[in-house]
Design a binder for this molecule. Sequence first.
Ligand code: BMA
Length: 322
Amino acid sequence: MLQLKRSKNNPILIPDPSSWWEKKAVFNCGILYDGKVIHMLYRAIGEYENYVSRIGYASSSDGFTFTRNNESVLYPELDYEKFGIEDPRLITVDNKNYVTYVVLSDYVKNNPSVSTALAKTEDFSHYERLGIVTLPGSQDKDVVLFPRNVAESEFQRYMLLHRPSAWVGPQYNTEKPSIWIAEGDSVTNYDKHSLLIKPEETWEALKIGAGVPPIKTEKGWLVIYHGVNEEHVYSAGAILLDIKEPTKILGRTRTPILSPEEQYELKGDVNNVVFPTGACILDNRLFVYYGAADKVCCLATIELKEILDYLLSDICSVKTER
Ligand code: BMA
């Protein structure tokens, strides 16, 4: 079975006890490689009383060692952000850098209403808020935009993957929170939604969600996602989507490619979690960045060819009709 290889530098980012806003936890980081610099936005916790998340910025030239800013770059400012900004995912669309991030609004203990918002940035320090991009009441997170380059784009419209937890039941053709694909005419508005994949294996029985924004490869769109089992263990898997018709699945890992094993994944603020949120390709190697136990940021890698060949092999063939 294919397995991502953990970096021996793990964890690559740990809480900073001297910094009030990131002294308890730093995890679930978005990654954007611009050809020179690997930019990282990560979720940070500075206190457990309210557990409000903020976002920090770090950068690297080799993908292994990151240098961080002293200040948080994105933090609750608007009403819909007031209970926290979580799980940033970075992507370039039409030559502009975007970040999707989870916001908690109308917070009621144990029953938070979840939405995902979008912002644009040129310098990773300043962010233009573009509002909430998910539909009211959908309890929607794990939103990742497809990269798009107008000149080279396979499709005219804007596309994203999302995980509306409220869209379960016979009318949605899924009993568990699943990954949906959506398209629209602008980066902020999506009008056509269809079910992409739903939980099928025991390691993902409870729910699944997109992890890393789709990566364009010669064989198709590579998506790393997370699955949660009945014991609340978070693992990572992968799918490969057709480049022109991303609703078509070319391959899907049947067993996890990364599961909690190391101490930093087994024990933290939430135990037994690997939660991939960012990736880049460096020297033909896929670098997957993930949060471990909601406490630290980690890295695991694999040759790009190896994971693509695996996804196209019989072992990953698609089982069910949608
Ligand atoms: C998910 C998100 C992530 C978190 C994970 C494990 O629902 O809240 O931010 O890492 O749970 O706790």
